[in-house]
Design a protein. Structure first.
Length: 171
């Protein structure tokens, strides 16, 4: 038998009306969605937890589907700026992995036609930035740890992680 405290630590994956996984919520929020009629249970052959109150027993599945039309906010790709690039690159140099004295670096230098766009700007520590100078990573012999790209919509990122099994979702 699972204790109530243990059940309340669980998470539930919430799908949109179109079956796109959009978020992971705690079981308290899942109960509220069910009780208010905003979500329905999805049966993927997964475990169901029973939460009891003095006069009610609620079955909470691992997966819910919203029954209401969710008006998603319009999400725009953020501007290429220091804060956003540092966030994307996990506050670490994309050449050596350091997290000290970070700057921004144009992978293809502006002097060589590089633009100030998401796929050309990375986080670099001062020493790597100085060592690379006005060269491409290939010319400098300094490969990037990750290929720079624009951030993706949070819902798309969650769905991608969910389907590839890399999310923080834990049944």
């Amino acid at each position: 038998m699972t204790s109530t405290a243990h059940i309340l630590d669980r998470t539930v994956v919430v799908f949109s009306r179109n079956y796109l996984p959009i978020s992971s919520v705690n079981i308290r929020r899942a109960i509220a969605l069910i009780v208010l009629g905003k979500a329905e249970a999805l049966d993927f052959g997964s475990e169901t937890w029973f939460v009891r109150s003095p006069n009610l027993v609620i079955a909470v599945p691992q997966h819910l589907r919203l029954t209401i039309a969710s008006t998603e906010r319009i999400w725009k790709i953020p501007p290429v700026n220091r804060r956003e690039v540092l966030k994307r690159d996990n506050q670490s140099c994309q050449y050596c992995g350091s997290n000290k004295r970070l700057t921004l670096d144009h992978v293809i230098p502006v002097s060589k036609g590089g633009e100030h766009k998401w796929d050309n700007v990375v986080t670099a520590c001062e020493s790597c930035n100085q060592r690379k100078r006005d060269r491409t990573p290939l010319e400098a012999g300094m490969p990037l740890h990750t290929k720079p790209k624009a951030p993706m919509h949070p819902t798309v990122a969650f769905a991608e992680n969910f389907w590839h099994g890399e999310s923080a979702y834990s049944p």
